[in-house]
Design a protein around this ligand. Structure first.
Ligand code: UTP
Length: 292
């Protein structure tokens, strides 16, 4: 198996981030000076992906504009001699082959992925959710691709979450067969703490086989009329060995307000040009909070 294509679902309504998402896709929310989806596309490219399909929907034009060339802006920057900025803007327009397909109604992640069937054209493919940033030495999705190619099987990215948060995630049950690698026995979408078979939670990265499309067509809408990907994976389980890989790195869920803010703080601290200013301000704030 060789994974060459990636699908980035970015058609959700982002209700947890309202009101900003009323007129702005959450995938375009800025983390330091670039939109979330920039980090996601970059991760895929670093993992060797050379073909990306973004699932967009109503009000998501800004995503297409972002990855397009902007000749007017490039001309202006060249005229002004702002060559560093020019290079950066040109690079974004040349990142990789990006294609788009529209999900007409936001009927869930499973339904969004179903829209990729034609483009994927019978190959295994990577899925990176457009609102999750992973910062790691080896790109998050590359860690899954390595296992998928070695085991010739689908692989789901997971992390251990606190037990009181299991109800927010898809949760897996399985045996740890290697360090940080589980063979999956079962999957449950958003279980109660009591029902949860573990606290190993699915995060926004997958390597899926093309067979997932037929399964997705058979999945009845789950919680909240949405077609859940976890339900489809559960149906695929009896037909295919499936693995879960704990991703080594830090994940930021930009779909939640706290995740968005934490990502901005941490990623700005990791930038040399901003580090000192941001840290000094945080220290000042902490002093004020502690000592009044
Ligand atoms: P989420 O469940 O986080 O997205 O989906 P959401 O529905 O937009 O968020 P809330 O819960 O209302 O705040 C994870 C990813 O799947 C995409 C989203 O854009 C996000 O990147 N998605 C979700 C779709 O592409 N289509 C959908 O119908 C639902």
């Amino acid at each position: 198996m060789r994974v060459r294509k990636a699908v980035i679902p970015a058609a959700g309504l982002g209700t947890r981030m309202l009101p900003i998402t009323k007129s702005m896709p959450k995938e375009m929310l800025p983390v330091v000076d670039r939109p979330v989806i920039h980090y996601v596309v970059e991760e895929a490219i670093k993992a060797g992906i050379d073909d990306i399909l973004i699932i967009t929907g109503k009000g998501k034009r800004a995503i297409e504009d972002y990855f397009d060339r902007s000749f007017e802006l490039e001309y202006y920057l060249r005229e002004k001699g702002k060559l560093g900025e020019l290079r950066e803007i040109e690079e974004i327009g040349e990142m990789v082959d990006i294609y788009y397909v529209r999900q007409k109604r936001p009927l869930g992640l499973g339904d969004a992925i179903l829209h990729a069937e034609k483009h994927v054209n019978g190959e295994p493919f990577a899925v990176l959710l457009g609102d999750d940033i992973i910062v790691s030495q080896k790109p998050g999705i590359a860690q899954l691709i390595e296992v998928a190619e070695r085991k010739n099987a689908p692989v789901i990215g997971v992390e251990t979450v606190p037990w009181d948060l299991v109800g927010r995630y898809g949760i897996i049950a399985g045996e740890e067969v290697e360090d940080d690698l589980y063979k999956i026995r079962d999957l449950v979408e958003k279980p109660s703490r009591k029902e949860a078979p573990s606290n190993v939670a699915i995060i926004g990265r997958y390597v899926l086989p093309p067979e997932i499309f037929d399964v997705l067509k058979d999945v009845p809408p789950g919680k909240g009329v949405e077609v859940q990907l976890t339900d489809a994976l559960k149906l695929l389980l009896p037909k295919s060995e499936m693995f879960a890989k704990r991703i080594n790195g830090r994940r930021y869920d930009i779909g939640s307000k706290a995740g968005f803010i934490i990502a901005n703080v941490e990623l700005s601290i990791s930038r040399e040009d901003l580090r000192n200013q941001v840290l000094q301000h945080i220290e000042k704030l902490l002093r004020e909070i502690r000592y009044g």
